[in-house]
Design a protein around this ligand. Sequence first.
Ligand code: ADP
Length: 429
Amino acid sequence: MINDSSEDLMREKNAQLEAIIDNMSDAVLVFDKDYKPIIFNNAMRNFFTFFNANIKHCRDLFDLADYYDEDDQLLTFDELPFDSILNGEKVPPRVFIVKTKTDNCIIAYFSISGGPILDDEGNVLFGILSGQDITKLKKCEELKKSHEARILSIEKEKNEALLKIIEMKDEFLSILSHEFKTPITVINSAIQAMELICKDELSAKGKGFLNKIRQNTNRQLKLVNNLLDITRINSGCLKVNKKDKDIVLLTRSITESIEIFAEQKGIKLSFSSTLGKKVIGIDEEKYERILLNLLSNAVKFTPDNKSITVNVCQKTINGKCKVCVQVRDKGIGIPDDKQKLIFERFGQVDSSLSRQAEGTGIGLYLVKMLVEMLGGEIMLESKVGLGSKFTILLPVEKAKETPIEQLLIEITDKRMIQATAIEFSDVYL
Ligand code: ADP
């Protein structure tokens, strides 16, 4: 039997409990097994007073508004967690979007979770739903998303404009280079004709001038050829033409072809190989450009009487066999912070007018592109004052459908002499 004082105590406790629930910031709805709301706290009431309605059954909530899931799918009463809670399930937090019935406007985003209240035997007495109004959070997220999308689209527009400018610049360079190439080729032919026909009639001074004209014409030709190749590679017009060649013999021949330039600077040039012979598919002309470019830099940036070595060996990297070609010099070296820059277009360590060597800063950019076209990669190790080591790794693969008879090569032809003269045109001795 309950006496007056215990009744008072229970009433006081109930009032305390109601006050606590009423003052909770989360919206709380307690409903019985007939879906009738028992407790509707202040936060919940505040939210639904917007609709000015009197809730007698949880289903009445559907007369007030429409409910959507996060994928914007309209939900039915059965899809809200009332049934599962009354079946004894705990419902983890789920986001619902509440919209007006008339014009489908978003009223709020709600994160709702809930569970059953059980008696001592585990039977469901009530269901409890608690919800948090996360509208501000969602709006912030949406704002952030739309800002990100806007930034992304601005970046995209900027990149597209930049690509267009680069394309236009390349086109302009290509037209200009073609325009330069024709007169340079004519001058070159005239020089060759003079050397053939009337060299003996020229005085020593005249021959000196002719030499100067030839070297500077070759320099112009090197620049024009490099620019044309870069624009051709960028537009996908430069094709790789691989044939099976002995890479050791090819490298030795290219190295020997520049001996005269090294000798004139008193530079000791040596070649070594741990391989006797190694036949791989290689585009001879492109490989020659690569190696001559590296060698002409080595001669340019190595002081008199120091040394340059070229070495060929074989390496296995990540289980794949590679031919490794190294050009090492005891020259001025390249500072750490400039080592990446020199492989970029117009990248030079010292671009001031007072720098000691001639050049345009596009040689290594082209070398990198050509090496990559051959399926290889190029690396640099360098220490200022001690020298530089350029390493090229080439894939060990045979060229497709190359007759075996083509394996032996003769590289003392005129093309090689001309190519060397052009690549070394900015090495002043
Ligand atoms: P450049 O026509 O100026 O020689 P490159 O692209 O061939 O253009 O080289 C870019 C720059 O890299 C050079 O200007 C030079 O500063 C530096 N460089 C290249 N090779 C060497 C080397 N072997 N030793 C020192 N510096 C080098």
